[in-house]
Design a protein around this ligand. Structure first.
Ligand SMILES: Nc1ncnc2c1ncn2[C@@H]1O[C@H](COP(=O)(O)OP(=O)(O)OP(=O)(O)O)[C@@H](O)[C@H]1O
Ligand SMILES: [Mg+2]
Length: 259
């Protein structure tokens, strides 16, 4: 048994009691890639309308798998996903986009050979009439994209590419946006900008679920956080509580705290 195992807190009753009015929730998710091997082992999560929540945890904990399961990209073997009270378990990504879920994957999240503007058009392909309005919204949050609208996405810096990826997802007018490690691979200054932008997106009325390696920074800005370990909830509380919880510091923030 690993150190993390012995500290896992599975308090389903608190989740069930609190998740009633959630915008999006999942309950006891089992999901994986290979037959017979579950990567998610009973993950619970909810997000209320208007919240920004963070998911942290060690490499391989299943954070990306959880987002992919919520977005219909990994088959859910058991458990349920509910959006605005409607059971959406098993729905595919395009159907979820129509219902207001947006997703920015961890990697390969732009079309490198297309321009910034074309990338954003791809985001709006299901609602082309809304392109202008959404483009203006996206450029208010990411003014740099307006300047670079004709530039190929592949020629942009890492930070700008991340803006294109987030911008593309915002073109679909999501009510909830799933962000997988938006600050990964960026310089400290650009990382900071990404966290500010995530907050701006949230303040503009978009509910945000953010997976982050930069756990400390993520917990500083999120309303509530989840620590995922081995595909299930290890801890959950407000960001401010988690960041000063001795167990969370010892197990999940220790190396980052020293970095
Ligand atoms: N397409 C896939 N096929 C098979 N196994 C996979 C696949 N993607 C991920 N896995 C496995 O699932 C487990 C969880 O991976 P996941 O990417 O969800 O973790 P993570 O918490 O996002 O990690 P990281 O912090 O490194 O991004 C890992 O053991 C990984 O090897
Ligand atoms: Mg990941």
């Amino acid at each position: 048994m690993s150190a993390a195992d012995s500290n896992v807190i599975v308090d389903r009753s608190a989740h069930v009691a609190a998740a009633g009015q959630a915008l999006l929730r999942c309950d006891e998710l089992l999901a994986g890639y290979l037959p017979g091997v579950n990567i998610l082992n009973g993950a619970d999560l909810y997000v209320n309308d208007g919240e920004l929540i963070g998911i942290i945890g060690p490499n391989g904990a299943g954070k990306s798998t959880l987002l992919k399961a919520l977005f219909g990209l990994v088959e859910v073997r058991s458990g349920s996903i509910t959006l605005k009270g409607e059971n959406i378990t098993g729905l595919k990504a395009h159907a979820l986009v129509e219902r207001g879920v947006g997703f920015v994957p961890q990697t390969n999240n732009v079309f490198p050979s297309l321009s910034v503007e074309e990338n954003l058009e791809m985001g709006a392909f299901q609602t082309p009439k809304k392109f202008k309005e959404r483009f203006e919204f996206v450029c208010e949050i990411f003014p740099a994209l307006l300047e670079r609208r004709k530039q190929r996405a592949g020629s942009l810096s890492g930070g700008e590419r991340q803006m294109v990826a987030m911008g593309r997802a915002l073109m679909t007018e999501p009510s909830v946006l799933l962000l997988d490690e938006p600050s990964a691979g960026l310089s400290p200054k650009l990382q900071d900008l990404v966290f500010i932008q995530a907050q701006q997106i949230n303040r503009a009325g978009v509910t945000v679920i953010m997976v982050e390696q930069n756990a400390r920074r993520c917990l500083q800005i999120c309303d509530r956080g989840y620590v995922l370990d081995q595909g299930r909830n290890a801890y959950t509380a407000t960001g401010k509580e988690l960041i000063k919880d001795p167990k969370v510091i010892e197990l999940y923030l220790g190396t980052l705290a020293r970095a």
